[in-house]
Design a protein. Structure first.
Length: 136
């Protein structure tokens, strides 16, 4: 069985946002065993798995990304879409555009402290669209 669905996430401000529940609410019933692949259809945001308990992790990740890839670097050529645009593309490459999560007993087989995150790297990125492919 292969099922595919495009899901939408509401516009969120720049930051690392826990979206596991938002994604799960839009998925059909999961098979007993299989995999879920998620692909974000944007080049200035990313998907990640990380700790879902302590919000300080999200804050710290933002600080780390902003130090790794600063805004307004004098060597950027792609600057027409604002100071957050080129850094958002670079951060998206670092984090990645897709996730694959195993499905076991009809549930995502995540670690106890793992959650799915939207890494929104733009100040005003808008709604984000994700293609969810379920193979079971």
């Amino acid at each position: 069985m292969i099922e595919q669905k495009e899901i939408s996430l509401r516009p969120l401000p720049r930051g690392i946002h826990l979206v596991t529940g938002d994604i799960m609410r839009q998925l059909p019933e999961l098979p007993e065993k299989g995999v879920l692949n998620l692909l974000i259809k944007h080049t200035s945001a990313a998907l990640a798995l990380n700790e879902n308990a302590d919000p300080d992790v999200r804050h710290d990740l933002n600080v780390i990304f902003d130090k790794l890839v600063p805004e307004n670097a004098p060597y950027y050529l792609h600057v027409d879409e604002g100071s957050d645009d080129m850094p958002s593309h670079a951060k998206s490459v670092i984090v990645g555009s897709s996730l694959t999560v195993p499905i076991t007993d009809g549930h995502l087989n995540l670690g106890i402290w793992q959650g799915i995150y939207l890494c929104e790297f733009r100040d005003y990125g808008g709604a984000r669209h994700i293609v969810a492919t379920i193979i079971g």
